[in-house]
Design a protein around this ligand. Sequence first.
Ligand code: HXC
Length: 262
Amino acid sequence: MTYECILTATQGAGPRKTGVITLNRPKALNALNDQLMNELGDALHAYEADEGIGCIVITGSERAFAAGADIPAMAQHSFMSAFKSGLISKNWEVLREIRKPVIAAVAGFALGGGCELAMMCDFIIAADTAKFGQPEIKLGIIPGAGGTQRLPRAVGKSKAMDMLLTARMMNADEAERAGLVSRVVPFEKLMDEALAAAEAINAMSGPSVMLIKELVNLAYQAPLSDAVAVERRYFHALFGTDDQREGMAAFVEKRAPVFRHS
Ligand code: HXC
């Protein structure tokens, strides 16, 4: 498929590859308009359906992961047009449907919808140049793609309130201390680090990977006792897989496992 606002590439040396999606509207700091979000949704669906892909990385440019939703495109809306159109493309929700891990590799600005997009990914690896923020309040609006909900879950109430109410940006070190990002690396190492993480995941058993993603997300929705019970059942279920037999046999035989994702 040909895209205009994103670039796609397949990376990796192993049998399962990584699908890399690069947001690519450089003149607008990768502002997220409907076309970009629709293309992102299509690319995510294509990688999700591709058996040869184990993991997905979403990244931007050196200057910006994404500076938010496209402001000129939003500026003309009235309440009624926003309400009737459901303002923001339904493809903003696609990330929630993706069962393979999605890593955000963030350099530069991740603001507004850009920060929300990064937070929808399973984890964020940041360049030391990354800057996170939810500056919507300066535009007389509020976040509209989960910022008021995912940010407090990621960094706690006090820091989330501070960022959302004052619109201040958080640098990469603060974001790592607060738990918003999993690791910070020099900008030059960002893609190597994200691709190495993806490659490590690609080598794991696919069913284990998908279940871990599902269960960690359940931690934000279900009571602990219910979620732990679900985890125990899935733990039992994995004893019906080829990969459990292979993984444990490989340990006993002191060799690397070769998972077949079945
Ligand atoms: C459209 C944008 C944009 C955006 C930047 N640009 N952000 N275009 N939508 N969100 C454009 C600028 O207009 C400019 O285009 C070019 O990118 C470079 O930006 P500059 O402002 O010249 O760069 P700089 O001075 O370095 O400042 C960078 C910046 C600033 C701090 C990131 O651009 C900025 O504050 N942008 C807006 C950030 C924001 O408010 N995001 C939240 C949006 S609301 P020209 O043509 O002039 O060169 C949102 C709601 C989400 O995300 C709701 C759910 C979907």
